[in-house]
Design a protein around this ligand. Structure first.
Ligand SMILES: [Zn+2]
Length: 244
């Protein structure tokens, strides 16, 4: 393929733009915020499980406490009934029986109230655990929102740079011979780089030093020949800095 040396040199400008675009795309795909968001998402998921468990513990204790309340209430009603019958009077045997039952009911009520109090203390601890988990969950959610905001800001910034670079690429490519750009794009798509400057006798892409027959081939090639590297197949652009 033939292309004017000037056109070949401008190919390097196009390559510079494409390299910048590739770097921007890579940066956008590897933002530190993305790893941060992923890590905090795992944390949130674990905290949500923990919150569910803590809520279940509180709910279980509430249910147990309600059951005790009901039992205590039954004892109170029974006691009131016994007291009414006692107030109404009766035989000595009946009075003794009721007094005995009231004493038993008082003991039962006291036992139930002690047990309920213990559950209430447990509930306070469980509620404190729940509040702690909710606090940590809230903080993790805030951190996620913050990381997402930073990710969006940086992405928008990079997108603007990408747009700017892309806009400059069009005129650059349009100014070059179509077949040269087609070849360049084909190599670039395959290898990530289409053209490189030959610098100090080396291919600027793969850095291999030209020698022997290969060096002679490049040296002997007319300046409007599009020369490619034997090693990496990139277009080798020759200038006065090429050391040939
Ligand atoms: Zn090379």
């Amino acid at each position: 393929m033939k292309a004017a040396p000037q056109a070949q040199r401008r190919l390097l400008d196009l390559q510079a733009v494409d390299t910048a675009l590739a770097q921007l795309a890579h940066r956008r795909k590897n933002l530190p915020e993305l790893a941060e968001i992923e890590a905090v998402a795992r944390e949130i998921s674990a905290l949500e499980d923990e919150r569910v468990r803590a809520q279940v513990a509180v709910d279980d204790l509430d249910r147990d406490i309600a059951r005790f309340e009901k039992d205590i209430d039954q004892v109170r009603q029974r006691k009131a009934k016994d007291q009414q019958r006692l107030d109404a009077g009766g035989s000595l045997k009946e009075v003794e029986g009721l007094q005995h039952e009231l004493a038993t009911l008082n003991r039962r009520q006291s036992e139930l109230e002690d047990a309920e109090l213990e559950l209430m203390e447990q509930r306070d601890s469980a509620a404190a655990v729940l509040a702690g988990v909710q606090g940590r969950l809230g903080a993790a959610l805030d951190r996620r929102t913050d990381a997402e905001r930073r990710r969006d800001e940086t992405s928008t910034e990079i997108a603007k740079e990408q747009e700017f670079k892309s806009a400059s690429r069009g005129p650059l490519a349009a100014d070059l011979p179509a077949d040269l750009v087609t070849l360049y794009d084909k190599i670039r798509t395959e290898t990530g780089m289409g053209a490189a400057l030959v610098y100090a006798g080396r291919c600027g892409a793969c850095r291999i030093e030209l020698y022997g027959a290969d060096l002679n081939r490049v040296k002997a090639a007319p300046s409007d020949d599009v020369v490619r590297c034997e090693e990496c197949r990139r277009i080798m652009v020759r200038t006065s800095e090429s050391g040939l």
